[in-house]
Design a protein around this ligand. Structure first.
Ligand SMILES: Cc1cc2nc3c(=O)[nH]c(=O)nc-3n(C[C@H](O)[C@H](O)[C@H](O)COP(=O)(O)OP(=O)(O)OC[C@H]3O[C@@H](n4cnc5c(N)ncnc54)[C@H](O)[C@@H]3O)c2cc1C
Length: 372
């Protein structure tokens, strides 16, 4: 989004380059669908960037020299006037035995799908946050002969209004998902997970959705990072001279604005805003502070149900308004399509991506979590 948006506003003679280690756009928000064996639409970055007029370099960034305004991609040095880093995040297994689990990353999800298709009696999903709930319900629906257990340290309805919470529990029960709350997994061995309350859960396959940390790229190239690998950025999304960091890899400091959760909901506005600021700086205009307001969360519950839950803008707690059932599923699917559709429309100059901005005073003071 940042690349195609910057291309749209810069002069013809200026070059915008996207560096990506893949030639397809990964819709991470659908990775649990991959684990369920569904075939997702393939969005070619080559076609998308060609349409936008953005140069595409397929490769892995491994180095950054801020003083020289250069990055290294697979051993090749590329110069820049402005750099926007958006390397995202990755699942992290914080306990012993990570070799025994699958994750919700693309390759691992595909491997899990193959395993589940071959037949698995007991699937353990670790983590009752949004990703864990989406995965447990999706997989229980897709593989009805598999017994799915969801382990969650916190109540699974923690982020939901009471009615939405009851709806979630009804759906989990309907899909036959066993929910174990109030305990976390402390160690994993082949076929068994030890819980913090002394219980042990046996499994034939285990999916870890117990937390994410930022990509290791920023730390590896010498940028300062917080405890989960995110780069602190200021209100204009600057991390260093002429370097912006956005999305899951960025942490808005409290002085610059409210901590923003790792999410696609905030990553896209940050990417678009960094592009606008980079263009403004290159054209001698003033850069603006990032403003963002979160409307709510959406949780898919298989293909036929979902919860769309509003959030209060003052403290981030669940609002009274929520949608469930087929209506919720329709809204959730529309939102998923909107994310990729927004990038495609921006690339084709058909529509400019917009988001809901907070009032300036709402960006003051600490609030909410920084990562799920
Ligand atoms: C199963 C699942 C469901 C989710 N559902 C939701 C949801 O419903 N709503 C929501 O708001 N969020 C959701 N999220 C979170 C959301 O997907 C992320 O917050 C979002 O993708 C972050 O965007 P990003 O651009 O920062 O990073 P990513 O989407 O992770 O993109 C980073 C890209 O950079 C590439 N890259 C990384 N390092 C390098 C390098 N060194 N060189 C070149 N390329 C590199 C990666 O391959 C990747 O393509 C979900 C996540 C998962 C896993």
């Amino acid at each position: 989004l940042a690349a195609v948006r910057a291309r749209r506003s810069l002069d013809e003679g200026q070059v915008v380059t996207l560096v990506s280690d893949r030639d397809v756009l990964v819709e991470r928000i659908r990775n649990h669908q991959l684990a369920a064996g569904q075939t997702l639409r393939r969005v070619s970055l080559r076609e998308l960037m060609a349409e936008a007029g953005v140069e595409l370099v397929i490769g892995r960034m491994t180095g950054l020299d801020v003083a020289r305004s250069e990055i290294v991609v697979d051993g090749r040095v590329l110069g820049y006037a402005r750099l926007i880093l958006a390397p995202g995040s990755r699942a992290t297994v914080a306990v012993e035995g990570k070799e025994h689990v699958f994750s919700l990353e693309v390759e691992s999800s595909a491997r899990l799908a193959a395993r589940l298709t071959a037949g698995v009696g007991r699937l353990l999903v670790v983590g009752g946050g949004l990703c864990g709930i989406e995965a447990a319900t999706e997989l229980a629906e897709a593989y009805p002969l598999t017994n799915v257990t969801l382990v969650s340290r916190d109540p699974v309805d923690k982020l939901l209004a009471p009615g939405a919470g009851r709806h979630l529990r009804r759906v989990l029960a309907r899909l036959g998902v066993t929910v174990l709350e109030g305990a976390g997994v402390t160690a994993l061995t082949e076929g068994s997970a030890a819980l913090s309350d002394g219980r042990a859960v046996s499994f034939d396959a285990c999916l870890w959705a117990g937390g994410f940390v930022a990509s290791s790229l920023a730390a590896s190239v010498g940028l300062p990072t917080n405890g989960i690998g995110q780069v602190p950025v200021d209100a204009r999304l600057h991390a260093a001279d002429n370097v912006y960091v956005v999305g899951d890899a960025a942490c808005l400091t409290a002085s610059a604005g409210s901590p923003v959760e790792m999410s696609c909901r905030s990553a896209m506005p940050m990417g678009a805003h960094a592009a606008d600021n980079a263009v403004a700086a290159m054209q001698g205009r003033q850069e603006l502070p990032f403003r963002y307001r979160e409307l709510g969360i959406c949780i898919s519950l298989g293909r036929h149900d979902a919860i769309v839950q509003t959030r209060r803008s003052d403290d981030g707690r669940p609002g009274w308004l929520w949608l469930g059932g087929r209506l919720g599923a329709g809204v959730k699917e529309w939102i998923c399509k909107y994310t990729v559709g927004s990038i495609e429309k921006e690339a084709g100059r058909r529509q400019k991506y917009r988001w809901l901005a907070s009032k300036p005073e709402a960006n003051k003071g600490p609030r909410r979590l920084t990562a799920s």
